[in-house]
Write a protein that binds this ligand. Structure first.
Ligand SMILES: Nc1ncnc2c1ncn2[C@@H]1O[C@H](COP(=O)(O)OP(=O)(O)OP(=O)(O)O)[C@@H](O)[C@H]1O
Length: 479
């Protein structure tokens, strides 16, 4: 039991450290805005909330930085119309939307041939006359940002030199990412101007903003609307709340967003987007989007059906390392990801593997988000065949071509129970990428054997024992 609680303590410590490093990441780069809205540097205060918030924002940014394609899905979009009697429009081409020619040109220049699943339904709703309110949820990468950017760009009247669209993002970095999409899509629309309401962007008092679209974080946007009056909120026609799930995990952002929303005119179009839809997100969404249409796109389900699962019985960490070395030739036929419980173990393991002459990449929470994105990018390009990482750091990252997963430590939650969801996400495959895969779990104590058994029971899928001293067996799994 002592080792279990030790492992737990380490896990918690590491998870906290991962998140704290994200705090540093922000502190180094950015100072809090006048409203103090950004990051509390006193990490002990409101610890849990802050960690969660920083973690989610960092994950979201990381996914954006490494994504090169639309995440496609075979699931159907669920649409709940405010007026169930009105016809349900969906479009299969961008032409059907009768966009301004400059915008259509921008869309095609981005390489979009046809609307994504969520865009098929969301775009006609958002571009309808009169404009409709919308709450939309679908996983990251399904085309939400592109959808609302197109909606904002369509509504702007460039002759009016004042802000007409307002978009809230949870962090400075995420605001910049969305700004980039606006700039790309509006490339052939040069008269259209964009302003960033983020800390550090100081304007002279008494000034009015002439840009048509303002994108920023809630604290600064609230200042610009209420205290400094750079923006006249009464003239806003489209209000977008992006990454609502990340937003509400951030202390203060929910209240600030609501205060901004209350300043907008009644006929302003309200749009809210989120990758997930927990109760708290839903409650928030209802507060800021009156009379909404609702669009949901379920995540593609992952299964363990095409995965060969094994476990290796060891007595300690060194034996696990030895087993891994025995397996190394077999697993590096493809690309492999190795998951560790803590950062310390991940660094140790990467160093030991390097000493053995193996070329491995290490993805760690200590790195800045951009550095992490670079590591993943190199791995995706196949520059390294093995990526060593921790659960916290790699949560929510999709590296599709990985067909071998090694759980150097089994995934457990904060209470020390099996983390089945993480196990499935690490190892499972969606129908679309229905490739075969291989998972090897390292077990080094009674406790971890118990975790493994519970995982096995949960999924009702047998995990076979593998003897890594037996070369024939190793050969068998590699094929
Ligand atoms: N219709 C489309 N056709 C092809 N690619 C698209 C289309 N719409 C968006 N994309 C691309 O797909 C990727 C994901 O799109 P987008 O960022 O809009 O998704 P998202 O749902 O907003 O993700 P996140 O929740 O992470 O912000 C981007 O690289 C984007 O350029």
């Amino acid at each position: 039991m002592a080792t279990d609680s030790w492992a737990l303590a380490v896990d918690e410590q590491e998870a906290a450290a991962e998140s704290l490093s994200n705090l540093h990441l922000k502190e180094e780069k950015i100072k809090p805005d006048a409203n103090g809205a950004v990051v509390k540097t006193n990490a002990n205060a409101e610890k849990a909330d802050e960690e969660e918030k920083e973690d989610r924002a960092a994950q979201s940014l990381l996914n954006k930085l490494i994504r090169s394609n639309l995440v496609d899905t075979t699931n159907q979009v669920e649409v709940l119309q405010r007026d169930p009697n009105s016809p349900l429009y969906s479009v299969k081409s961008f032409e059907e939307l009768r966009l301004k020619p400059q915008l259509l040109q921008g869309v095609y220049a981005m390489g979009f041939n046809r609307p994504s699943k969520i865009q098929e339904n969301a775009l006609p709703l958002m571009l309808a006359e009169p404009p409709q309110n919308l709450i939309a949820q679908s996983q990251s990468g399904t085309g939400k940002t592109a959808a609302f950017v197109l909606a904002m760009l369509s509504q702007v009247e460039p002759a009016n030199g004042y802000p007409q669209c307002l978009c809230l993002s949870p962090t400075y970095e995420l605001a910049l990412q969305t700004g980039k999409v606006i700039e790309q899509m509006g490339k052939f629309y040069p008269e259209l101007k964009l302003a960033y309401a983020v800390r550090g962007n100081k304007l002279e008092r008494g000034q009015k903003i002439s840009e048509h679209i303002v994108i920023g974080t809630p604290g600064t946007v609230l200042d610009w609307c209420a205290k400094l009056k750079f923006i006249d909120p009464k003239k806003i026609k489209v209000f977008v709340l992006d990454e609502a799930d990340v937003m509400i995990a951030t202390q203060g952002h929910q209240d600030q967003s609501i205060r901004i929303q209350r300043m907008l005119p009644r006929n302003c179009q309200m749009l809210l987007f989120s990758a997930t839809f927990e109760d708290s997100v839903w409650k928030f969404a209802q507060k800021v989007v009156p009379d909404p249409n609702i669009i949901k796109l379920k995540r593609e389900e992952e299964t363990l059906d095409t995965i060969k699962q094994y476990y290796v019985l060891c007595n300690n960490r060194d034996e696990k390392f030895q087993a891994l070395c025995n397996l190394y030739g077999a697993i590096t036929i493809a690309q492999a990801m190795i998951f560790c419980h803590t950062r310390k173990t991940a660094s140790w393991l990467a160093a030991e593997l390097s000493k053995e002459g193996h070329q491995v990449a290490l993805l760690s929470g200590e790195m800045m988000v951009e550095q992490r994105a670079a590591v993943i990018e190199r791995f995706r390009e196949g520059k390294e065949k093995v990526l060593v990482t921790t659960n916290v750091c790699a949560r929510g990252i999709d590296v599709e071509q990985v067909s071998v997963v090694i759980n150097f430590d089994l995934p457990v939650d904060k209470d020390g129970n099996p983390d089945n969801e993480t196990y499935l996400h690490r190892i499972g495959r969606t129908g679309r990428f229905g490739k075969r895969g291989l998972a090897v779990n390292m077990v080094d104590s009674k406790h971890s054997m118990n975790i493994l058994n519970r995982i096995q029971e949960h999924f009702n899928k047998k995990i076979e024992r593998l003897d890594t001293d037996d070369l024939d067996e190793i050969e068998k799994i590699a094929n």
